[in-house]
Ligand binder design. Structure first.
Ligand code: GUN
Length: 290
């Protein structure tokens, strides 16, 4: 069993970006600049956004954090988005999800200019992804593709089962694994809460990508020997023995599944850091496209 080390791989990518940023600066080009909007004080979201800001510092990007109160109106948020769309200093920006219930996430996604949509959530970017046109790929699926690519995992002709059909991960992942690319060319099955006898699919799968947000959902009896498992889950469970008061669990019962795997991502240190590296890649691309 080989661990797909997302922490190391994301550091490699960030080192590569650092070099590119230094080269750009030497050529007199502007420093890439990522902005992030966060609404409210969701603990996990704050952690993620802080990690994104820290990554910007590491690679030499500029960053701007826009913090809005939980009760900000939808109109105020849309107006902030418009401001960032029209700010030439900002190359790309994200609106951290989830948003409070009174704000329509779909409206927010549509409001972000596709040229600055480094999360790759805008329908224009998702449509371009389906058509294999240049676009911003959504950060988590892009990170998974990078991880599989850098570990030279053979995907062509393999049976890939994706568990979870979210717009952010499961659905785009199923498209990327099926397309005609080095990482791709799989026969993909996209499974979800209405799938009957999920085990019938997972047992036969060569590659399983689990993104449903249920701690330790995938168990050893559900997988075959030699499977590649990518765990996108990240659930906080109370743990009084930790300083933070919680620990992180993936969607995979790691201890029992890992021995059956050829490759598996750990949680933490697997997909999470790759998502951030992808966001940095997309921001560099956004600046380059200008
Ligand atoms: N919430 C969970 N994942 C993501 C992500 O990739 N981007 C944003 N903006 N919010 C998220």
């Amino acid at each position: 069993m080989i661990l797909l080390d997302g922490k190391k791989t994301s550091n490699d990518i960030k080192d590569e970006i650092t070099i590119k940023v230094a080269e750009l600066k030497k050529k007199g080009r502007k420093t890439p600049h990522l902005a992030a909007i966060i609404v409210g004080a969701n603990g996990a979201s704050i952690t993620y956004v802080n990690a994104k800001v820290k990554a910007c510092e590491k690679v030499g990007f500029e960053s701007t954090l826009v913090q809005l109160p939980e009760d900000v109106s939808e109109a105020e948020l849309l107006s902030k988005i418009d401001e960032l769309n029209n700010d030439d200093r900002i190359d790309g920006f994200i609106v951290q999800l989830p948003l409070p219930k009174h704000i329509d996430e779909h409206k927010v996604t549509l409001a972000v200019s596709p040229e600055k949509d480094v999360d790759g959530f805008h329908p224009e970017n998702l449509g371009r992804m389906v058509l294999d046109l240049p676009c911003f790929l959504p950060a988590t699926p892009y990170g998974i593709v990078q991880l599989l690519d850098r570990y030279d995992i053979e995907t062509s002709g393999k049976d890939c089962v994706v568990i979870g059909r979210s717009h952010i991960v499961g659905s785009p992942m199923s498209i990327l694994m099926a397309r005609n690319n080095k990482v791709g060319n799989c026969t993909v099955t996209l499974t979800h809460s209405r799938t009957k006898n999920l085990i019938d699919y997972t047992k036969k799968a060569d590659i399983i990508i689990v993104a449903l947000g249920k701690a330790e959902f995938l168990t050893a009896d559900m997988v075959k020997e030699g499977v590649v498992v990518v765990d996108v889950g990240i659930t906080r469970v109370k743990d009084a023995s930790r300083k933070s008061g919680f620990r992180l669990l993936g969607d995979v019962k790691f201890d029992e599944v890992a021995p059956k795997c050829s490759y598996i991502t750990p949680v933490p240190g697997g997909v999470g850091p790759m998502t951030i590296a992808s966001l940095m890649m997309n921001t560099l691309q956004a600046m380059d496209m200008k």
